[in-house]
Design a protein around this ligand. Structure first.
Ligand SMILES: Nc1ncnc2c1ncn2[C@@H]1O[C@H](COP(=O)(O)OP(=O)(O)OP(=O)(O)O)[C@@H](O)[C@H]1O
Length: 254
């Protein structure tokens, strides 16, 4: 199939989303729907388009065609204004471990502390009052177990701290959809807690155990297309297409 079968009245909808990187068609008319409270695991081989899809949903990647709707309203795909900042806050993205350092370094700038940045971004994106924002920052850092990172600056963060702070930065904006791109294993338990709390999430993962535990549904991507959509137990035990069977058998051999 070329599009994911999904229930109607989704919180997040992608319709015919395409994106080309130079000669590479990274996303090919992707249709996707996430219902409120649904947790979807996105899997697929390297180069399938998973990160491009996550970045497009977050508004970090300009799409070539198609549309992305959140709560029925199109997400702005360009510009720098308040509407765009708000849209990016509504879809929180935690980048993969290999790029989270760069992403946080950009957010924290040269001098800002973790606490300062998490507070600032709420004031900027949501117009939150400073004292309320500071309280939320403290709550988010507590939630992810990164209270001891509060006074640190970008380069002082260790690998585990970076992932937790990036998650706290997304959470502090109370996103309608949370996208986790290959979260490190030490974030899995937190992701499961967020799923149990009813968060709507799209999680890129190649860990079948984690997908089973956290996700309601698995989407399999290959060649820029969503090829299968199934409950985790069904997908990992009986994938339908050749490409998915090959992917699952490679996972089993690892
Ligand atoms: N900025 C870019 N410039 C050129 N090509 C890119 C760029 N970003 C991604 N691509 C290409 O687009 C395709 C999809 O990449 P993407 O990173 O979205 O896949 P992925 O499924 O996340 O892969 P991985 O699991 O390896 O992270 C790949 O062929 C990749 O090489």
């Amino acid at each position: 199939m070329t599009s994911a079968a999904a229930p109607p009245a989704g919180l997040l909808q992608l319709r015919g989303v395409s994106k080309r990187h130079g000669l590479v068609q990274a996303l090919h008319e992707v249709d996707l729907e996430l219902s409120r409270g649904e947790v979807v695991a996105l899997v697929g081989p390297p180069g399938a388009g998973k990160t491009t899809l996550c970045r497009a949903i977050h508004g970090a990647e300009r799409i070539d065609s198609g549309e992305i709707l959140l709560d029925g309203a199109p997400l702005p795909t360009g510009g720098r204004g308040r509407a765009r900042r708000r849209a990016r806050a509504d879809v929180g993205l935690v980048p993969p471990p290999e790029t989270v350092e760069h992403a946080l370094a950009g957010a924290l700038g040269l001098g800002r502390t973790v606490f300062g940045e998490l507070t600032r971004c709420q004031i900027e994106a949501r117009g939150t009052a400073p004292e309320v924002a500071a309280e939320r920052t403290a709550g988010a850092l507590r939630k992810v177990g990164a209270e001891s990172e509060a006074a640190l600056r970008g380069r002082q963060l260790g690998p585990s701290g970076r992932g937790r702070v990036a998650l706290a930065r997304a959470l502090v904006l109370d996103p309608k959809v949370l996208v986790l791109d290959e979260p490190a294993a030490d974030l899995h338990e937190l992701a499961r807690e967020l799923a149990a709390d009813g968060r709507t999430m799209l999680i890129v993962t190649e860990d079948p155990g984690f997908a089973h535990a956290a996700a309601d549904r698995v989407l399999f991507m290959s060649g820029g297309r969503i090829v299968e959509s199934a409950p985790p137990e069904q997908f990992f035990s009986a994938p339908r297409t050749f490409r998915a069977r090959d992917f699952v058998s490679r996972l089993r051999r690892r």
